[in-house]
Design a protein around this ligand. Structure first.
Ligand code: BGC
Length: 696
């Protein structure tokens, strides 16, 4: 049980008294790629970190970006944060965090570098799959539960990347032109809300700059806002290579410098810092504060002295963890269209029939790439595997690739680890969207023809496409939201011949489907959905699971419809302008009446729901609703409460939500709490941001 902060501080100060300068310096910078130095003489262990958020990352050699390659670091692959957000379920977010915390503890880690909680300001950011949502309330509610889950295992969660790391392009130096109220009340507030609700023990400072200062050495961000105003007592670690100046970092309230290079003693907060202290240029008391905060973290995690006997023990790769990630995956699949009730294709109907599965993503795994979120998954069920193993031998299932991302798609790339070079190449540039040379175009044409020639021989066609981590990845951004790899050409032609094709797309953020979506009757969306993702998708397709995922972001027709891009200089090497102020995501599209493909909060079910008797209880700050499931299936609906625009805030915003599970033909009276920072306003409740009933 964690002591009060003053007791912890007192104990930390006592330990510090016996430490030499060298020992202190050893604790505040990386001595290996994911580890600091301990002080064995005093029983202080090194601090061991690892990446999330999709699982605990594989082991690297301590001083080289080369994976160890043993068989003991396979882990449970957890749905990415966007997938967790698509569940809109706080319990499942806790469950995801708890799997990560348990496995981190099982693998001997102290700090999990997750969750990413930046808002999806634009759909183009390559790391959007690591983030939850464009909405601050949905993000902070789910991330808080996730943090509690991680920390229930004596492992620290680490909110990242503090702050406003909204693009990968030029991420190592890009500056933000942002009004203080927008920065603080929108973007920083998400961190504050999570800190208040879940007390995350650590935070990672971002690479980028704010008002000219690098976040990792920003006195404004770290000293004034985080420490003074918010009284945050946790551990602040730099992103890997984000510290640029010894003196500024010493003076800023950052506690530990980590990086990607192997010259550990030459890190800014290693020998150069020691020398400046010895030369009297930096006060040692500043370093003491950093060490105290690291010791507080270690005390919180029961890492020191006799406390170690109380530290939780844990396992990884348990059946229970796999069951939990399957639950999350099931709840996260979003049904976008289902004309003529094409879905589900129930088992009796497909017996002795033929199904053609098409698309690279049906047969591709995603866990092993995407940047630092990559993991070595114990297994990953692809959609093709999920379908085959669900449907069984009485139905013939054939597969055709249909399109390809590149000529050698699927081959493992050998060579230098990208992270080793991540400080040299500017840390990110605009990614291609699968531009093709002649050879690749010819191959795609051939793959397309195969499908078009074969498709009439089958009773059912299931297409699984979308994006992958060549595109959704750390260090790169998308240039637009086009569906890549000539999938549009394939889908247009295929849907012409077979309008009954079931289309499922996988990705980290919205893609433009407008070229073919009006012809398509059954459409599913899934974020990178963990090791059981293929099973979850198959279960939805065959009707074992009634889909209940809802979009945690706006699906625009074009990236130009997004406020963050249409009025910003996205991609400019030096400055990103936050001219849209508070009007991000659906706030902007709703205000400006911009048509979208699918709105924020959207998702269908195989059931029909009815919302009745919605009433606002001002005293309790809640909306009371009766929800009816008018169908013969068990189902879940997400009730969403929005604050309507007024003179306090001229945009609509989510202020409450609840995922309600209902038995077949059941009804339930439920309350949804409202969190309205403007005091009170007028509210509306409904199934998504464009389908709302005002409540009185
Ligand atoms: C990423 C961080 C990650 C760190 C360690 C950096 O490249 O931005 O999110 O935790 O590397 O791998």
């Amino acid at each position: 049980m964690e002591g009060s902060i003053s007791t912890l501080r007192y104990r930390a100060e006592e330990i510090l008294e016996d430490m030499t300068l060298d020992e202190k310096i050893g604790m505040i910078h990386g001595n290996e790629l994911f580890k600091t130095k301990g002080v064995p003489r005093l029983g202080i262990p090194p601090l061991v970190m690892s990446d999330g958020p999709c699982g605990v990352r594989a082991e690297f050699h301590p001083r080289e970006w080369v994976s160890v390659g043993n068989t003991d670091d396979y882990v449970t692959y957890i749905p990415c944060n966007s997938a967790i957000a698509a569940t809109w379920d706080r319990n499942l977010a806790y469950s995801a965090g708890s799997v990560l915390g348990e496995e981190a503890r099982g693998r001997g880690k102290d700090v999990m570098l997750a969750p990413g909680v930046n808002l999806k300001r634009t759909p183009l950011c390559g790391r959007n799959f690591e983030y939850f949502s464009e909405d601050p309330y949905l993000t902070s509610e789910l991330a808080s539960e996730y943090v509690k889950g991680v920390q229930s295992w004596d492992v620290a969660a680490c909110l990242k990347h503090f702050a406003i790391n909204h693009q990968e392009t030029a991420r190592l130096g890009v500056d933000a032109d942002i009004d203080d109220d927008v920065l603080e009340d929108l973007y920083l507030q998400v961190y504050k809300d999570i800190i208040d609700a879940a007390n995350p023990y650590s935070i990672m400072s971002a690479y980028n700059r704010i008002h000219g200062e690098f976040c990792s050495q920003s006195k404004y961000l770290l000293n004034d806002v985080l420490r003074k105003r918010w009284n945050y007592q946790g551990f602040v670690v730099s992103d890997w290579g984000a510290v640029n100046d010894t003196k500024l970092a010493a003076e800023a309230a950052i506690d530990c410098e980590m990086s990607v290079t192997y010259d550990f003693d030459e890190y800014k907060m290693a020998n150069p810092l020691k020398k400046m202290i010895e030369d009297g240029e930096i006060d040692e008391a500043l370093i003491d504060e950093k060490v105290i905060r690291i010791l507080i973290l270690m005390l919180r995690l029961n890492m020191i002295g006799d406390d170690r006997m109380n530290r939780k023990n844990a396992s990884y790769n348990t059946f229970a963890a796999r069951a939990k990630v399957l639950d999350i995956a099931r709840s996260s699949v979003v049904l976008l269209k289902n004309e003529d009730n094409i879905l589900p294709i129930i088992r009796p109907a497909i017996k002795e029939k033929k199904i053609l599965v098409v698309g690279e993503n049906a047969n591709r795994i995603h866990s092993n790439s995407g940047g630092s979120a990559e993991i070595k998954a114990l297994y990953e069920i692809s959609p093709l595997m999920g379908l085959k193993s669900r449907i069984g031998g009485s139905t013939q299932i054939d597969y055709l690739q249909g399109y390809c991302s590149k000529l050698d798609a699927g081959k493992i790339q050998e060579g230098t680890n990208w992270q080793e070079l991540s400080l040299e190449n500017g840390g990110g540039s605009a990614a291609g969207n699968g531009e093709a040379d002649k050879e690749l175009r010819e191959l795609r044409g051939k793959l397309r023809e195969e499908v078009l020639n074969a498709c009439n021989e089958y009773e059912y066609i299931i297409f699984v496409g979308g994006l992958n981590h060549d595109i959704d990845s750390e260090g790169v951004d998308r240039r637009n939201i086009e569906l890549p790899y000539e999938q549009n050409e394939l889908l247009e032609a295929l849907l012409e011949k077979r309008p009954d094709t079931i289309v499922a797309l996988i990705g980290g953020g919205c893609v433009d489907m407008s070229k073919w979506s009006s012809k398509c009757k059954a459409l599913l969306w899934m974020y990178y959905n963990g090791m059981e993702g293929g099973n979850a998708l198959a279960e939805v397709i065959v009707g074992d699971i009634n889909p209940s995922g809802r979009l945690p972001e706006t699906f625009y027709y074009s990236e130009k419809d997004c406020s963050g891009i249409s009025v910003g200089d996205f991609g400019d090497e030096k400055m990103v302008h936050y001219r849209e102020r508070f009007h991000i995501g659906y706030r902007h599209t709703c205000k400006e009446n911009i048509k979208v493909q699918f709105p924020f909060g959207y998702g269908l079910s195989y059931s029909d729901f009815e919302i009745k008797e919605a009433k606002y209880n001002r005293g309790m700050q809640e909306v009371k609703v009766t929800l009816c499931n008018n169908s013969d299936f068990d189902a879940a609906e997400v009730l969403q409460v929005y604050r309507l625009p007024d003179e306090m805030a001229d945009y609509i915003q989510l202020v409450g939500f609840e995922k309600i599970y209902l038995k077949a033909n059941g009804a339930i009276e439920t309350q949804i709490s409202i969190k309205d920072k403007f005091g009170t306003g007028r509210y509306a409740v409904g199934k998504h941001v464009l389908e709302l009933i005002p409540v009185e």
